[in-house]
Every structure is written in C-alpha cells, then in structure tokens.
Design a protein around this ligand. Structure first.
Ligand SMILES: NC(=O)C1=CN([C@@H]2O[C@H](COP(=O)(O)OP(=O)(O)OC[C@H]3O[C@@H](n4cnc5c(N)ncnc54)[C@H](OP(=O)(O)O)[C@@H]3O)[C@@H](O)[C@H]2O)C=CC1
Ligand SMILES: O=C1OC[C@@H](O)[C@H](O)[C@H]1O
Length: 457
C-alpha cells in the first residue's frame, strides 16, 4: 500500500472529509432514508464538492432522521419521505432505499419536480423503468441510476481498450467518455480487435449480509441478481457497447424461498458474435469480494479485478497476441490521447515486458484527485443539475440533454436484461413493494374467505 492508496481509503471513509459547508448555486440534495450507503455515496463526497450541498434527510421516523442529521451536520430532517419531497429548498433526491421502493419514490420525486439519483438497481423491472424514464423526460428532470463504478476513470479506460476511442460528438462535448458511442461500431475498434467473449463475476462473501438484510427480502425485490447481478449486466453492456440476448440462466435459491436467488449464473450472446457468462452471488464462500471482468478479442485480452470499487485498488492486465501495430505502441498512444482528452488519468502504461509474440502490461487508473467513484458520480450529477437549471453556463447544455437521454435508454436496457435472466432461470420478475403488499393482502383475503364455513341455505 502506498501513500496515495491511504489517501483513497481515507477519501472513502470520510476521514479527511471537510466539515459541511454551503456553497451558493450548489445543487441542494435531500436524502430519502437514513441508509448506510448514503454516507459514503453522497454525504462524504459532498464535503469535497462545491457543486453539492446536503440540504435534508428523511427517514420513516422523525427520531431516526433527526439523529442522522445531527450525526452528519445536515441542517434539516423529516419524519417521512413525503415531507422532504414537499420541501422547496430541495432540488434533487438521492434514493438509497431497498430495491422494491426505488421506483415508487423516484416517481413521487419526479412528480414533485425533483431530480433523482437512484441507487442500483434502478427499480424492479423494465416496465417500471420505462415509466420512470418517460416521466423524467416529460418533466425535464434528471433520473439517473447510481452506477458509480462507471464514473471512475477506470471504466473509461476499459471501454477504450474494448471499443476504441470514443466518437467525439461536437454537439455534446462534455458527455462522459464511457457514454460516447465508439468510433467503430460492433466492437472491432479497440485494442483487442473484434470482441469474442466477456466473462464477469461479482461475488459477495456470505458473511457480509445477514439473513434479515434487505437484499434477501422478497417484498423488497431482493436477490443476488438484483444486487451483484446489476453490476455484471451493466459492465457487459458497457464494454461491448451493445445489448445482449440471455441464452440461459440458473439460480440457486435462498433457503426457504422460491423467488429470492442467493446466486445466479447466466450465458449471454451478442449478434456481433460475442459470447458471455455472468456469475452473481451474495453467498460466495471466499473471504473477500470478487468483482472481475475478462474480455477476449481476436487480437488480445484484458483482465480487470476490482472494477466496482477501483479506488480501493484494482488490477488491469492487457495482453495483445502479436507485437505488431496493435501492440504496445498503439496502446500507449491511445492511453495518452485519452488522458489528454479527459485530463483525469494520473498513472498508467507500466510496461511489464515482452513474452514471445505477446505483449503484456498492467495499468492502474486513478483520477487526478485520487477520489472515489462516488465522488465522480456526485460531481457529474450536480454539475449536470446546475447546467440544466441555468445556474452555470460554462458547459454545453447539449451534453446534459444527451446524458439524460442516455440515462433513459441505459436503465431501461439494463433492467430488460435482468428481466430476461429471471425469465431464463424460471423465476418471476421482481415487482414494486406496494404491488407485492397488495398481492399478499389479496391472497390473505382469499384464504380467509376459503376458510370461512360455507353458508347454509
Ligand atoms: N452503489 C453502491 O455502492 C451501493 C448501493 N446500495 C444500494 O442502496 C440501497 C440501500 O442499501 P443499504 O444502504 O445497504 O441499506 P440500509 O438497510 O442501510 O438502508 C435502507 C434504508 O431504507 C429505509 N427503508 C425504507 N423502507 C424500508 C423497509 N421496508 N425495510 C428496510 N428499510 C427500509 C431504511 O429506513 P429509514 O427510512 O428509517 O432510514 C434505511 O434507511 C440498496 O438498493 C442497495 O442495492 C447499497 C450499498 C452500496
Ligand atoms: O452496491 C453494492 O456494492 C457492494 C456490494 O457489497 C453490495 O451488495 C451492493 O449493494
């Protein structure tokens, strides 16, 4: 571990977080739920940003909200989510609630005129995602899934290796590079040449979450695919630049459940000929999480470990099959051009040596500020909000509109692939908590009716 690594861990833990300050024109964020994730995903990163103020928090009870607000120096607290949505001092909400509640509170926030940054998975299924996104577009609001990993410069670099340099859109010059379409369509423009396979593992050790955790509850749209699996699907789509078909899937179920998966495996395919496998688990036997992606192409391969929280440390190994024009020279040229474009890559391109006809090297990619993926996520969300609200004009508004259109497309497509995995595994699609509760009540009423003695005439 080097000194910079300590800085990165400190950034994550909020150890070096400054005390909360208010900045004029900053996006005022309200947090729905006094959740664990909200501390490291928004509260601590906001202390490093002049674009974000945490204005309020709401919890299901007033006492819990007040305590959380005191603990984190948040000026305002509410004993219900509804009250926070009615606060005119709040521009946007961060939703770190259980999965089954994401969609319902995102919808209410959008109806109240608030922008939304919503934790993954975006909601329960593709149909609900479509509703949310059309509402966001109609109301001119941001409704973004909090896939923090792809806001880190590592994701940009991975996509550059698999798909080549992004096509610069003069209409929207500040769209993040991971979002821009590749210059060469079909996955043939990157260092690896035509892509052949992609294999992703997101495995969370079983000791991390107890049986009662929200991640295992059917009524809250739980399960491994909804949790770890969302990342796997997302990075597969990101690095191939296109949508997969789910060929087959199998799940191992949580004890006693016919709905909640503890782990899922799936085989996918792309019409460009790529084959993929994913393995998502919340019951991994190992002690440490595994979050890795391996991509093979006709001209080389990459293996990246630690892609979800790269600021804790990650490894990226690239191998090209021949020491030719697509070898090290081309790789480093691409790296340098990308660094110049984004201005955010501080270290990369450590050549490890030539092995026969192969070139292999490792890289590590961190932002200049050694910040977390959550920081990069909050920075872009709040900057986009300021641009959209006309509080700053230093960037092209076209980029925000393009980003919002991409959000719309991306979350719906991600949820559609999750739905397809459930279907292939023979499991029901996840449903919103309110719908689940309604369904349960109906069933109970029906059972009660059946138990009542038949009336005698
Ligand atoms: N991007 C990332 O890195 C991460 C994302 N996540 C995502 O964030 C979400 C929350 O996860 P996490 O912070 O670990 O969860 P927590 O259990 O810490 O927080 C859940 C929050 O939801 C509120 N809540 C509302 N209704 C319910 C209910 N019926 N049962 C339980 N809680 C309820 C809780 O209460 P109250 O309102 O009273 O405060 C609580 O604040 C999940 O969707 C998860 O996938 C989680 C971890 C990391
Ligand atoms: O988003 C997440 O990232 C890390 C995992 O441990 C966790 O299950 C998940 O919610």
């Amino acid at each position: 571990m080097d000194l910079l690594q300590l800085v990165r861990v400190a950034n994550f833990l909020g150890v070096n977080a400054r005390p909360p300050r208010t900045h004029p024109n900053a996006a005022k964020i309200g947090i729905l739920g006094a959740s664990q994730v909200s501390t490291y995903a928004v509260i601590w990163p906001s202390r490093h940003l002049e674009t974000a103020n945490i204005a309020a928090v709401a919890a299901r009870t007033e006492g819990r909200a007040r305590m959380f607000a005191q603990q984190h120096g948040i000026p305002c607290s509410y004993g219900s989510y509804k009250e926070l949505l009615a606060d005119p001092n709040v521009d946007a909400v961060y939703i770190g609630l259980p999965n089954g509640l994401h969609g319902q509170w995102a919808r209410r926030a959008l109806e109240s005129g608030k922008h939304v940054l919503c934790e993954k998975p975006f909601c329960t299924n593709a149909a609900e995602a479509r509703e949310l996104q059309s509402l966001a577009l109609k109301n001119g609001l941001i409704c973004r899934e909090a896939f923090h990993y792809r806001e880190h410069p590592l994701a940009t670099r991975l996509r550059e290796i698999t798909l080549g340099p992004p096509c610069r859109n003069p209409e929207a010059p500040t769209v993040p590079q991971w979002m821009a379409p590749p210059a060469v369509a079909g996955g043939a423009g990157g260092l690896l040449g035509q892509l052949e396979s992609i294999d992703v593992q997101v495995l969370i050790p079983k000791w991390v979450f107890g049986d009662a955790n929200i991640r295992f509850l059917e009524e809250l749209a739980g399960g491994a695919m909804m949790d770890a699996g969302t990342y796997a699907v997302s990075i597969m789509r990101l690095l191939t630049g296109s949508e997969p078909c789910v060929e087959s899937a199998s799940a191992s179920m949580r004890p006693g459940s016919k709905v909640v998966d503890g782990a899922m495996r799936a085989r996918l395919s792309w019409d460009t000929g790529i084959a993929g496998t994913l393995h998502a688990s919340l019951q991994h036997d190992g002690w440490l999480p595994v979050t890795q992606v391996q991509v093979e192409g006709e001209r080389g391969s990459l293996m990246c470990k630690g892609f979800i929280v790269p600021f804790f440390g990650h490894s990226l190994r690239v191998t090209t099959k021949q020491a030719d024009g697509v070898g090290f020279a081309a790789a480093t040229t691409a790296a340098m051009s990308s660094a110049a474009v984004s201005g955010s890559l501080s270290k990369r391109g450590e050549k490890r040596g030539v092995r026969g006809e192969q070139l292999q090297w490792t890289e590590r990619v961190f932002g200049e500020k050694q910040q977390t993926s959550y920081y990069h996520q909050l920075e872009r969300f709040t900057t986009d909000l300021q641009l959209l609200e006309g509080r700053r004009t230093d960037r092209d508004i076209g980029s925000v509109n393009a980003a919002c259109a991409f959000d719309a497309y991306d979350s719906v497509a991600n949820m559609a692939t999750l739905d397809a995995c459930f279907e292939a595994a023979g499991l029901p699609l996840r449903i919103p908590t309110a719908e689940w509760q309604q369904h349960q009540q109906q069933q109970q009423q029906q059972q009660r009716r059946q138990r009542q003695p038949q009336q005698q005439y």
